[in-house]
Design a protein around this ligand. Structure first.
Ligand code: NAD
Length: 303
């Protein structure tokens, strides 16, 4: 009998295995409980890496659709979430719904195109008038609209409105929030871009121009603030079922066209953006900056 056989026979090897597993479990438990500490091995355990516990997020246009779903996703990942919308009733309903689900959320009404109401809304957050108040660690610029028309017939008002809500708003709201991030030396900004940041189709020139601009604004922000530990990235959703795309989903021709063009063979759901958003908002993305993650079931890759 070799010394190893002897150890097996006397159970020493099993005891050794047991003690090592116990130590691993203890390290894991501590990692999940402890706040992130830079460089610590435990902080790379996925549950800790992607946890948003102790962070505050502001999501614009979150009264319905993608914004509401991202509020739910970030809330479930542990963040306190401030939902913004310009429609008070819609926002109130969204907040009440997420609270019923047990999430720590608050509503803040302002129009993302209006500097004055943005300033008032952000000031009320800073003063802590809200249960979920104080500094914003994560900002998702999500509010967006469509006003479709053939380009040769498009009114100046439709052009301007779409640029204001989809592009200029990200500049205005971020400018109001980023000062605190720079002061604290950390922050995450996520701009909701689109497939139309890359490709267009007839009747949406205003939207494509705005979302293309938002992609470049994302890179500009990344370059501007990356050296001060504020990362800016974008998410480009493909075709998802929301109120915004109602006009397309009720049209059987479009419905079929999108399914045929998308390698996944179907439309996406807003919840399918949660993974990308939680990742980009988390410490797991501390070295990811200026990127656009496309979540489109493969459409952009297909001919
Ligand atoms: P949606 O129309 O369902 O919701 C948009 C929300 O933004 C609404 O609650 C609306 O009240 C709010 N809003 C509009 N203008 C505002 C303003 N000036 N100030 C504050 N809030 C305002 O839209 P959605 O489908 O959830 O889209 C959300 C974002 O995702 C948009 O930026 C959109 O361009 C983008 N996107 C959507 C799709 C899709 O397939 N649904 C695809 C690509 C990109």
């Amino acid at each position: 009998m070799t010394p190893r056989d002897f150890q097996w026979a006397t159970g020493e090897v099993w005891r050794d295995h047991f003690l090592k597993s116990l130590a691993r479990c203890r390290r894991l438990r501590q990692a999940l409980a402890m706040p992130f500490s830079e460089g610590a091995f435990e902080s790379t355990v996925p549950a800790a890496l992607f946890s948003l516990r102790g962070r505050r997020a502001l999501i614009t246009g979150a009264g319905q659709g993608i914004g509401l779903m991202l509020a739910r996703g970030l809330g479930m990942a542990g963040a306190e979430v401030v939902l913004n919308d310009k429609e008070p009733a819609r926002l109130g309903e969204a907040v009440a719904r997420l609270r019923r689900e047990g999430l720590a959320v608050e509503g803040c009404v302002f129009d993302v195109t209006d500097e004055k109401t943005i300033a008032i809304g952000l000031a009320s957050l800073a003063r802590g008038e809200f249960e979920v108040g104080g500094g914003i660690d994560i900002l998702i610029n999500n509010a967006g609209i469509h006003q479709r028309a053939p380009l040769e017939l498009m009114s100046t008002a439709a052009w301007q409105a779409v640029l204001d809500v989809n592009l200029t708003s990200a500049f205005l709201v971020t400018r109001g929030v980023v000062a605190g991030m720079l002061q604290r030396g950390s922050g995450k900004i996520i701009n909701i871009c689109s497939l139309n940041s890359e490709i267009s189709r007839p009747t949406i020139a205003n939207y494509a121009a705005a979302k293309g601009g938002l992609k470049m604004l994302t890179r500009a922000m990344a370059v501007e603030w990356g050296g001060r530990n504020v990362q800016t990235n974008g998410i480009a959703p493909g075709y998802l079922r929301t109120e915004m795309t109602d006009v397309l989903t009720v049209d059987p021709v479009w419905e079929r066209l999108i399914c045929a063009r998308t390698p996944a063979g179907r439309w996406g759901e807003p919840r399918e953006l949660i993974g990308a958003a939680v990742f980009l908002a988390s410490r797991g993305a501390d070295f990811v900056n200026g990127q656009i993650i496309t979540v489109d079931g493969g459409l952009l890759a297909a001919l």
